[in-house]
Design a protein around this ligand. Structure first.
Ligand SMILES: NC(=O)c1ccc[n+]([C@@H]2O[C@H](COP(=O)([O-])OP(=O)(O)OC[C@H]3O[C@@H](n4cnc5c(N)ncnc54)[C@H](OP(=O)(O)O)[C@@H]3O)[C@@H](O)[C@H]2O)c1
Length: 261
């Protein structure tokens, strides 16, 4: 029998690749917020949702629930709020959490699936200055869903991905332009961040590799609650287990080096 999936963020990058992969054999409800980019095809049922707008989440839940019970929700919709913590407007912190955390939780709880796959990030290990809102959102996503899973028995898998070659990198530069421009005193760091982001957009792990890997993990009988995918993510995880004082010492050294260039 065909399984029923809900995949958010289906209009680009990882979400899009997952819809294309899973819809080869199963039914996929594919969340979009930009009508012009919505995916259509055999086994694909597009639905509108803006993860920052609770009323659209409620409508999406009503629409999907009246169709059929869902086996698996894959939360891929996400955005990056970047800049210096001191300068980022508070509403941007809220937007970051609305999209990456609260929206995902609200939609998932409302759909009552038996399995959830969250596209988390190595940022969840919390060691990247100037993308602090994003790091905090991915950590919050992991903690909330893991504890929810223990409370209610729904299987939750967190995928802590390293850098993947998707449009998220250039989008985040564009979306955070205003914030970067107002980052007075942090020009060198911002410049480094932008250069690095552009590199990742082409040098990151190919999206097809990630989609295949997720499909394999999804097919496991007893998947682990968390997978760290990519060499950069694995090194980040190891580093994050060192004493906080040492981590901060290394990061501080790197920041100082960056400022002196
Ligand atoms: N790429 C990486 O290196 C990387 C690494 C680790 C984790 N991740 C995570 O992977 C997930 C997918 O990212 P990606 O790299 O595939 O990026 P992407 O190509 O930019 O795709 C992000 C998707 O999320 C959607 N989205 C953004 N804000 C939304 C909102 N408010 N409501 C509904 N949908 C929204 C986007 O829709 P629009 O097309 O309308 O913008 C797009 O479909 C994200 O959660 C990201 O944090 C990515």
């Amino acid at each position: 029998m065909q399984k029923k999936y809900v995949i958010t963020g289906s209009t680009s990058g990882i979400g899009k690749a997952l819809v294309e992969e899973f819809s080869k054999t199963d039914i996929v409800y594919a969340g979009y917020r930009n009508e012009n980019l919505k995916l259509e095809g055999e086994n694909i049922i597009p639905f509108y949702v803006d993860m920052s707008k609770p009323e659209t989440i409620s409508s999406a839940i009503d629409f999907i629930n009246q169709c059929e019970p869902i086996d698996t929700v894959i939360n891929s919709a996400g955005c990056v709020v970047a800049g210096a913590v001191q300068n980022i407007p508070m509403n941007e912190f809220r937007r970051q959490f609305d999209v990456n955390v609260f929206g995902a939780l609200e939609l998932t709880r409302g759909l009552n699936p038996s399995k959830v796959i969250n596209i988390s990030s190595m940022s969840s290990f919390g060691i990247y200055p100037f993308i602090a809102p994003y790091c905090a959102s991915k950590r919050a996503l992991d903690i909330l869903f893991n504890l929810w899973s223990l409370e209610c028995g729904v299987k939750v898998i967190s995928l802590k991905l390293g850098s993947v070659a998707t449009p998220i990198w250039s989008k985040s530069i564009k979306e955070n332009e205003k914030c970067f421009n107002s980052c007075t005193g942090y020009e060198k760091e911002t410049e480094y961040l932008i250069k690095n982001a552009l590199k990742n957009e082409t040098n990151g792990i190919p999206v097809k590799y990630i989609a295949d890997k997720i499909k394999k993990i999804n097919n496991l009988k007893n998947p682990k609650p968390s997978y760290t995918i990519g060499l950069d993510a694995k090194l980040t995880e190891i580093f994050s287990h060192l004493p906080q004082g040492f981590i901060n010492y290394v990061i501080d050294k790197k920041l100082k080096r960056m400022r002196s260039i």
